[in-house]
Design a protein around this ligand. Structure first.
Ligand code: ADP
Ligand code: MG
Length: 208
């Protein structure tokens, strides 16, 4: 069975709850190598997304993803707001007019999201950014076969490993790059939030 607009709304609500639960963790990660705002930025953005979903839930998967994109762009701020906004906007375009998402569409949407993040932020794997979580996640989703839940679960596993891989890296993009070598030995906050979002989507898909 595919993933309807209602299922996508449920997944986004689950993601908002996970981001709120992990707000302090994301703040601490960004405190170490940035300006300590990532947890609050993401929580504010997803709280606004939930308010808009409450007011008027969109009736197609693409419209849900577009609502997430435009809300994050206008409320998250920092580097992550435009990057996540672009990711969800590209994912929305990749989904097109599909009324239900299957494994292939989900993999395409994740690939489009990654392409958008790279187009906007110009980061490569190894630069210690969310790209280090999203790149292996997309590869895992494209190799996965079966349900949307299994695809997203494989993506979340890979994103978690990707986030862990940022710990020894020296940042070459974003605010953390100002620290040079001192950015090593900390996990990149954006890679962690990417892994959290994908895990929340996977868990929600497993329930739908
Ligand atoms: P800011 O750095 O403006 O305070 P946030 O703290 O909300 O913004 O987000 C920081 C995260 O954004 C970083 O941990 C990193 O994952 C991501 N990021 C920053 N610059 C880039 C970039 N050029 N490409 C991809 N991701 C980036
Ligand atoms: Mg920050």
């Amino acid at each position: 069975m595919g993933c309807t607009a209602e299922d996508v709304v449920a997944a986004v609500r689950a993601a908002a709850a996970v981001i709120a639960d992990h707000r302090d963790e994301l703040v601490r990660l960004d405190q170490a190598i940035g300006d300590a705002d990532h947890g609050e930025n993401m929580k504010r953005g997803f709280t606004a997304v939930v308010s808009r979903l409450d007011a008027e839930p969109p009736d197609t998967p693409a419209k849900v993803l577009k609502l997430v994109a435009t809300t994050l762009i206008s409320t998250v701020g920092g580097a992550a707001g435009p990057l996540y906004g672009t990711a969800f906007l590209r994912a929305s375009a990749a989904v097109g007019d599909a009324t239900e998402l299957d494994q292939a569409v989900v993999a395409r949407a994740l690939r489009a999201a990654l392409d958008g993040v790279i187009a906007r932020g110009k980061a490569a794997v190894g630069d210690k950014t969310m790209v280090d979580a999203l790149t292996p996640a997309v590869a895992a989703a494209e190799c996965a076969e079966g349900t949307v839940a299994a695809t997203l679960s494989a993506a979340a596993d890979a994103a978690e490993e990707g986030a862990s891989s940022t710990v020894p890296m020296v940042a070459r993009k974003g605010r953390a790059s100002y620290l040079g070598e001192r950015s090593a030995n900390h996990m990149d906050p954006g890679s962690r939030s990417t892994a959290l979002l994908l895990r929340a989507f996977a868990d929600a898909a497993a329930k739908s």
